[in-house]
Design a protein. Structure first.
Length: 234
């Protein structure tokens, strides 16, 4: 029998936000794999480090962490061979994914390549979206609100189109696009209804007013939540 491939959502950063199911699978798996930069430590592994028992073989999936090369198709093709060999040998493989595997998660690229050949189970995780809302004390939406998730790398015109008239919105992957996003929000009269957060639930977490954010220092793991009414409960 072949092993099972698990895509495990490990949450946004706080090690205590991993689910009980994810923890059980993580500590039982023969092999643990995780995305990692070309050099340096893996954020996903760092999140679960307090829970590792040292029994599993570890496979870092190293790839360029830049938009122009993501997803790095050849890296995922390599990972399929590496992980597939363990599955064929009957070993279960747990692949770590920050946040939730199917909410902009990197695991989806392995799922697309392997789900037809192997037993695959996806374990949901706490997403950055819900984590940011909780830390900010800003419910995402209520009643019949439509929540719009907007990637910041979109063009300025596309951002305007997506945010115009939006009842509730989450602008994700802000990073170097912060100045553009801040300008669009100001143009649409949404500055006062917007909340900025970076590295939610991590030790490096910051919450700032938009006008206090230094654009050059905004990390990829940042988000701006906007609600047209200012608060979802109004």
């Amino acid at each position: 029998m072949t092993g099972t491939l698990y895509g495990i959502g490990v949450g946004p950063g706080d090690p205590e936000l991993i689910t009980l199911k994810a923890l059980r699978i993580l500590q039982a798996a023969s092999v643990i794999a995780y995305p990692a930069p070309e050099s340096g430590e893996s954020l996903a592994r760092g999140i679960v480090a307090p829970h590792l028992n040292g029994a599993a073989e570890e496979i870092p999936i190293r790839m360029p962490m830049v938009q122009a090369r993501f997803p790095a198709q050849e890296v995922y093709d390599w990972a399929v061979g590496e992980l597939g060999a363990h599955l064929e040998a009957g070993r279960d493989v747990a692949v770590l994914c920050e946040g939730d595997p199917f909410f902009y998660g990197s695991f989806m690229y392995l799922f697309a390549r392997m789900a037809e050949r192997y037993a695959v189970e996806v374990v949901p995780g706490v997403s950055s979206l819900t984590a940011c809302a909780a830390v900010l004390g800003a419910p995402l939406a209520s009643r019949n609100d439509v929540l719009t998730v907007v990637p910041a790398p979109l063009s300025e015109d596309e951002l305007k189109a997506r945010l115009t008239g939006a009842e509730a919105a989450a602008v994700i992957k802000v990073g170097r696009h912060f100045e553009k996003v801040r300008g669009v929000l100001a143009e649409l009269g949404l500055t006062e209804q917007a909340r900025y957060i970076e590295h939610a639930t991590m030790d490096s977490q910051k919450i700032l007013p938009l006008d206090a954010v230094e654009p050059a220092g905004v990390p990829y793991f940042s988000m701006i939540l906007v609600h047209q009414r200012g608060a979802a409960w109004k």
